[in-house]
Design a protein around this ligand. Sequence first.
Ligand code: NAP
Length: 528
Amino acid sequence: MQKFDVAVVGAGFAGMYALHKLRSLGFSVRVFEVGDGVGGTWYWNRYPGARCDVNSLEYSYQFSEELQQEWNWSERYASQPEILDYANHVANRFDLCRDIQFNTRVRSLHFDTKCDTWHLKTEQGDDFQTQFCIMATGCLSKHNIPKFEGLDDFTGTVLHTGTWPQVQPDFDGQRVGIIGTGSSAIQLIPLIAEWAASLTVFQRTASFSIPAHNAPMDKEHERQIKADYANFRAANSQRYAALNNHPSAISALELTATERDTVYQTRWEDGGLTFLASFKDLGNNLDANRTAAEFVHSKIREIVKDPAVAELLSPQTVLGCKRLCVDTDYYQTFNRRNVTLVDISKAAIEKITANGVLSNGIEYEFDALILATGFDAMTGALLDIDIRGKNGLSLQEKWQDGPKNYLGLTVNGFPNLFTITGPGSPSVLANMMVAIEQHVDWIADCLCYLRSNSLQCVEASASAEANWIELVNAIANQTLFPTGCNSWYTGANIPGKPRIFMPYLGYPSYVEKCEDVAANNYRGFELG
Ligand code: NAP
């Protein structure tokens, strides 16, 4: 049986950096990856229009000054193909692939208390032994196919945005249906509308979307950032979501309606997620939030010509409670004659037929049906693997009422196992690349600490874990996030999933806590 110091599950940006970092510290590492290439989420989400909603100059690694200087992004927001090129460039530059086992799904991870090691089994039946496990399985990697009656009967093509084929399907002359109106659908819809003969969009809940105003990279801006990249990164890491979003220090309610709309208009024209930082209280004051929602509603009414369609597209939820979407011509697309919006908020899809979708007694016929129905987020990919800690306790049992862990990194009862950007950490509510590097660096420091102190084992204590969960919830409960909508942040998009707000809110305070734990000899951990 092959033995490693560290097994890493997943070769997305988290797994790639974990491999590079730990290998350079002298650990033997093997990465296991289901796909036949690196890139994780950017490997799988190849649908037309897939693009990052964080500026390219921020959505990239910072661990290597040479890397961040030599790579040039072509656009303000990078497209999926360009991000995948970047991932491949990093893999080649740091010679990563020799330690990545592709086309391999990890089936089980069982902890052996006798020798403090993990036994890893792949779906092909191969066995490995490893002292540490790093779960770099991603937050949005288990795609969600709702249990639509009759889905298998559909005779046309069925696609999911999260597992898009490598060979692009041809929608020329086709009648296409899309179920879902989240971030993925919002990027895809304008392009399919231009391509296909007709497009029918099934919307259960309308989403707020802000124009991206994507553009070719401003070379002068890029030069300025690169001239002082380290300080740019350091300043961003002091912000709530580790993004360069120019947060406002004033309340939306301090201004008159006209003054407020001027602020919103400036942010709207600037584009993207920074709209959420227009005022300091959009995330925790419902009245403030309503002013932002009403501004977006007014924009939708301006853009969409049919008032009934504009009304349907106007979300009635708290703005930002579901992930804010970023688009190019999303609302404009509903002015096209070949696009139809079907409201399924009151009458769910009845079934899928051989020819299409039956909803509210009407059968819509399609050649292709696209499921843009999202992911079993944050816990789905972890719980897909049979992970058993001490005394055979499974992670499924441990997390049956929702994820419980310490620092969003480690789980009591599961020694030497780490989750990168796990629930209970800022993850999806921070710049992911920044959150990934912070986690990998913290884990690497922890493993070096164990090695230099001749320790074999690190495990979160039960009390540290309980206190952490209480803290994550207490912080979330000061905001509109947990109750303002049915979001995947709370597991509400998956029937039967426990409803718990999963991310830790506030990147800087989170980092402070992680550093404090490490500086105090890994307080809250049992070391052995
Ligand atoms: P999502 O935001 O969860 O959206 C899924 C959509 O499918 C929602 O409109 C949902 O309706 C609908 N849906 C789910 N089950 C359904 C059912 N049974 N019947 C009818 N409709 C159903 O998923 P996503 O669009 O893939 O995005 C997920 C996350 O990935 C985003 O929030 C974002 O963090 C990330 N992402 C980022 C980018 C980017 O960087 N630009 C792009 C794509 C995705 P309800 O809202 O009613 O549940």
